[in-house]
Design a binder for this molecule. Structure first.
Ligand SMILES: Nc1ncnc2c1ncn2[C@@H]1O[C@H](COP(=O)(O)OP(=O)(O)OP(=O)(O)O)[C@@H](O)[C@H]1O
Ligand SMILES: [Mg+2]
Length: 354
């Protein structure tokens, strides 16, 4: 079993810095998911871990040993890419057994490894087929089979499900999670898909512009985002923000138009600057009292189980999701509020919590 540590790790391509002082400890057996917008450096970090990209500054430790200069084949790491990169002229079995074969292992040993991987991945009936005869999900499983036969101590996945349709993604998500529970190997998994991150990860690493923004368990990030970026990135549909100021020693939040939200006071009492109140769509509550904000409704989407409402509070776009059926029409206003515990306040200037 092998853990991974990034210590003050940085990466530049020429003058262009893409990763800046990354510090992260991944204990052995943990399933870590990296998320962040396109170009924030997720793949570069994985490629550095795999040994496919040189490290500019800092240290990479694999199993406690400095591995900056270790060649890829000595790292005991297997990587599964978004493009499965299977050999088209080899069957599924030959693709899975390709690594052991070029390492010169005996035919019987290769056969046993392929059968074992096929059993784990539920691929036995497809072993004789060529990649073109397989569905996307089956090809993805062959690619994983190829990683499994390496018996790596660390698995790296770079958006392995993004070519699959929605239903298959959900199925493969469960399969990868079950695979991790069975093999208990360390996994570093990159995705754009925030539901994938929330459901699969032991811990999520949120990145932006080459920097780690926050590391934590999925619900920790959802409940206590470290800044506005994490607050807006984690959660789907994402958090809405309304600008304003705090009043009466943090007893309420007020927009420029005088729309108010009651707070539980204290926590933000001294903050006099401009703030943004962040509320998740599922945390809006329809209120009958005066201490509510007016949500002017633009679009109403009934999904059956929920009602999604797009509208504006004091000129800023918000989205609310109610578990009930709400009979309102575009153009009307709805008085909304939120439990003070579900109102996230950020300093408008810095994006940090107040
Ligand atoms: N070989 C390279 N030479 C120069 N710049 C590069 C190279 N590889 C990546 N970059 C740049 O480094 C930054 C990070 O790229 P990276 O591929 O790690 O992003 P990513 O987070 O994986 O994005 P995506 O979600 O789109 O896959 C980008 O700005 C990219 O243009
Ligand atoms: Mg990438």
């Amino acid at each position: 079993m092998t853990g991974v540590t990034f210590r003050n790790l940085s990466k530049s391509f020429g003058q262009h810095s893409v990763l800046d002082n990354i510090n992260l400890d991944i204990p052995s057996g943990e399933f870590v998911v990296l998320v962040g917008p396109s170009g924030c450096g997720k793949s570069t970090l994985l490629r550095m871990l795999a040994g496919l990209e040189p490290i500019s500054h800092g240290d990479l430790l694999i199993g406690g040993v400095r591995a900056n200069d270790l060649p890829p084949q000595k790292r005991n790491i297997a990587m599964v890419f978004q493009s499965y990169a299977l050999f088209p002229h080899l069957t599924a079995a030959e693709n899975i057994g390709f690594g052991p074969k070029i390492r010169g292992e005996a035919a019987a040993a290769i056969d046993a490894k392929v059968k074992n991987a096929a059993a784990i991945l539920n691929l036995h009936s497809y072993l004789d087929r060529y990649p073109r005869q397989l569905s996307g999900g089956q090809r993805q499983r062959v690619a994983m089979g190829r990683a499994i036969v390496r018996e790596p101590s660390v698995f790296l996945f770079d958006e392995p499900l993004s070519n699959l349709d929605a239903q298959l993604r959900v199925q493969m998500r469960t399969e990868i999670k079950a695979l991790h529970q069975r093999l208990k190997s360390t996994v570093v998994y990159v995705t754009h898909d925030q539901i994938e991150a929330m459901t699969m990860a032991d811990r999520i690493v949120v990145m932006n512009q080459g920097k780690i923004q926050q590391v934590g368990a999925p619900l920790e990030l959802y409940d206590r985002p470290a800044n506005k970026f994490v607050a807006s990135f984690i959660g789907s549909p994402s958090m809405s923000f309304v600008s304003g100021r705090l009043g009466a020693a943090g007893a309420y939040f007020e927009t420029a138009d005088g729309e108010r939200l009651k707070l539980n006071g204290g926590r933000a009492s001294a903050f006099a600057g401009a703030v943004e109140a962040g509320i998740r769509p599922e945390h809006f509550v329809i209120s009958g009292t005066d201490a509510a904000m007016k949500l002017r409704i633009d679009v109403v989407e009934p999904t059956g189980s929920e009602t999604h409402i797009y509208g504006a509070v004091g000129g800023e776009q918000v989205r609310a999701v109610f578990r009930d059926r709400v009979s309102v029409k575009p153009g009307e206003t709805l008085p909304v509020t939120a439990d003070p515990r579900n109102i996230h306040l950020f300093d408008k200037a810095t994006g940090l919590p107040v």
